[in-house]
Every structure is written in structure tokens, then in C-alpha cells.
Design a protein around this ligand. Structure first.
Ligand code: AMP
Ligand code: MN
Ligand code: MN
Ligand code: MN
Length: 283
């Protein structure tokens, strides 16, 4: 039946150990299969490293796998995440954006460590590098160290007290501009999706301004449901998806079996018949 796509279980936003997730790409695919997911994207922060492994496992499991990555960008000084989906592994423009962001992550980690030292904490840079290993180094690694060393009781507190965007106020203009990233990636058939739009605490007026820019610069989609987003927010994002002509994406943003994350495959239900689904042409 043509509408079969709507009944497939889809998750287009997840993390593995290649960035700040708990499971290996293989374990994550297995978990997604267990949860009944049929169309699945791995979207680690600023890395393509897990995709080949995940694709292989998904093939063995007869699951539809979509290449993905969650790119760090900024707009008007606000850090924003964009999920790129359904690209080819040899896309040079994307490889360049990812490499640039990886270099930024390393430089930013040095600066984060310095800011923590200024607040009386030990220099955690080397340990953070070691903890990250081959994963993309990020704030969660610093958060885990702060918990492990007893400076805070959990990672949430680590972000509250030390690592949240406001706390790292001196680290402004870290990421590449949204306009530059979109202009590098648009027009190549890649889905370019604004991730979790309600997590930036923008007024609706400002969110609409962002979506206007996003669309104008070549963005194609919007994540209407992300994890446990409130249903009224999902309704708003469905309306904005139609208003701005952006396809609708969904994802759990699963990182692991701890903290605030929803299970893989789980997110607030969307009204699939009222939006253009990003995965419609893939299934
Ligand atoms: P980074 O990519 O280094 O900027 O780190 C951002 C990541 O930190 C997000 O993708 C989340 O996984 C995690 N994160 C952000 N805020 C919190 C929080 N309050 N508690 C725990 N983890 C968080
Ligand atoms: Mn993360
Ligand atoms: Mn994100
Ligand atoms: Mn994410």
C-alpha cells in the first residue's frame, strides 16, 4: 500500500560511541532493531566514523539505514545543531565541514579546560582527550570527569554549574556560521534538517526568523519531534514545517540508557498526514 511508509518506525537522530553516545554503532543498530525501528539514521556529532559499521550491521539486520551526522553551527551567536541526512560517504563538501568542526572541537576543549581552571578546578584537558579516545571530544566528556572526580553529583549539575552555554559565555563564536555550512552543503540532495528547534529557547518570532534564514540558505527540513518534546511544541513545529515548506523529520536523540534520553525509536507522536515526511522518498 502506498501509505505503508507512514507505519514504519523511523528514528533519524541517534548517537553512538563515536561521539557522546553509550553504545557502539553495531550495538546501537541491534538495539534499534529490538525496538522495532525500520528506518534508522546514526547522527553522531561532527563525525562520519560510525556510519560504515552501522550500515553493515543494518544490512545484516535488513534494516533501512540512512547516513547521518549532527553538525555544530551557529546563528546570530547562538549555537545550533543541524542534522544532515542521506548523503554519500565521499561527499567532499561534507567531509570538509566535518574536519573543520573536529579541529574546532579540539581547540574548544583546550579553552573549556582553561575556563574550568580559572574557576579553581584542575586542568582536565589531557584526561578529557584520553577519555574521548577515538570519539569526538565534547562537553559530555568534561561533565563525566567532573562527576567522576566528585566536583558535581551528576552530569546535569556539571552542565548547570560549569558547561552550559551561559556558563561558557566567554566561548562565543566557536562554530561555523549556519549560512556558510548551508551554502557548502545545499543543492546536493542532502537533507539538511534543523535539529530540536525548541531547545534553543527562542521566542516564536525569533524561531521564525531563524527558519526564514534556514530555508533561504538552503535548509530543507525541520525536526518536528525530538525525544520527549512536549506535544504542544510538536504541534507548533508541524505548523512551522508547513509554513516554511520544510520537510518533517523525527528522532529520539538517543545517547544511552542514562540521563534524560528517550529510548531509541521513541519520541512524541507526530501527525504524519499533516506534514511532508523527510523519509517518504526513502522507503
Ligand atoms: P558539545 O557537542 O560538546 O557541545 O556537547 C553537547 C552535548 O552535551 C549534547 O549533545 C548533549 O549530549 C550533552 N548535554 C547538553 N546539555 C546537557 C545536560 N544538561 N546534561 C547532560 N548532557 C547534556
Ligand atoms: Mn550529544
Ligand atoms: Mn543536538
Ligand atoms: Mn543529538
Amino acid at each position: 500500500m502506498p501509505e505503508a511508509a507512514s507505519y514504519r518506525k523511523v528514528d533519524l537522530h541517534t548517537h553512538s560511541q563515536r561521539s557522546d553516545g553509550h553504545f557502539s554503532p553495531t550495538e546501537l543498530v541491534d538495539l534499534a532493531v529490538e525496538q522495532g525501528v525500520e528506518v534508522f539514521a546514526l547522527t553522531d556529532h561532527d563525525t562520519l566514523d560510525g556510519l560504515v559499521e552501522a550500515q553493515q550491521r543494518a544490512n545484516a539486520q535488513n534494516m533501512i539505514f540512512i547516513n547521518g551526522v549532527e553538525l555544530s553551527t551557529q546563528w546570530q551567536g547562538i549555537p545550533l545543531h543541524m542534522v544532515a541526512l542521506n548523503f554519500s560517504m565521499d561527499n567532499e563538501a561534507l567531509i570538509r565541514v566535518v574536519a573543520q568542526n573536529q579541529a574546532i572541537r579540539l581547540d574548544r576543549a583546550r579553552r573549556i579546560a582553561d575556563l574550568l581552571v580559572k574557576q579553581g578546578l584542575p586542568d582536565l584537558f589531557d584526561e578529557a582527550i584520553k577519555l574521548a579516545g577515538e570519539s569526538q571530544l565534547g562537553r559530555p566528556h568534561f561533565a563525566n570527569l567532573l562527576v567522576e572526580k566528585g566536583f558535581v553529583k551528576d552530569t546535569n549539575k556539571a552542565f548547570d554549574r560549569y558547561l552550559g552555554n551561559k556558563k561558557l559565555g566567554q566561548l562565543r563564536d566557536v562554530w561555523p556560521e549556519l549560512e556558510a555550512v548551508l551554502s557548502a552543503l545545499s543543492g546536493q540532495g542532502i537533507e539538511l534538517v534543523l535539529a530540536h528547534p525548541k531547545r534553543y529557547h527562542l521566542t516564536v518570532t525569533k524561531l521564525k526568523r531563524l527558519l526564514g534564514d534556514f530555508k533561504k540558505w538552503g535548509g530543507t527540513g525541520i525536526e518536528v519531534a525530538s525525544g520527549n518534546e512536549r506535544p504542544d511544541n510538536v504541534r507548533l513545529l508541524e505548523r512551522l514545517s508547513r509554513e516554511f515548506g520544510l520537510t518533517a523529520s523525527v528522532g529520539s536523540d538517543y545517547h544511552g540508557p542514562y540521563g534524560p534520553w528517550m529510548q531509541v525509536g521513541k519520541f512524541t507522536q507526530i501527525k504524519e498526514s499533516e506534514v511532508d515526511l523527510v523519509w517518504q522518498s526513502w522507503v
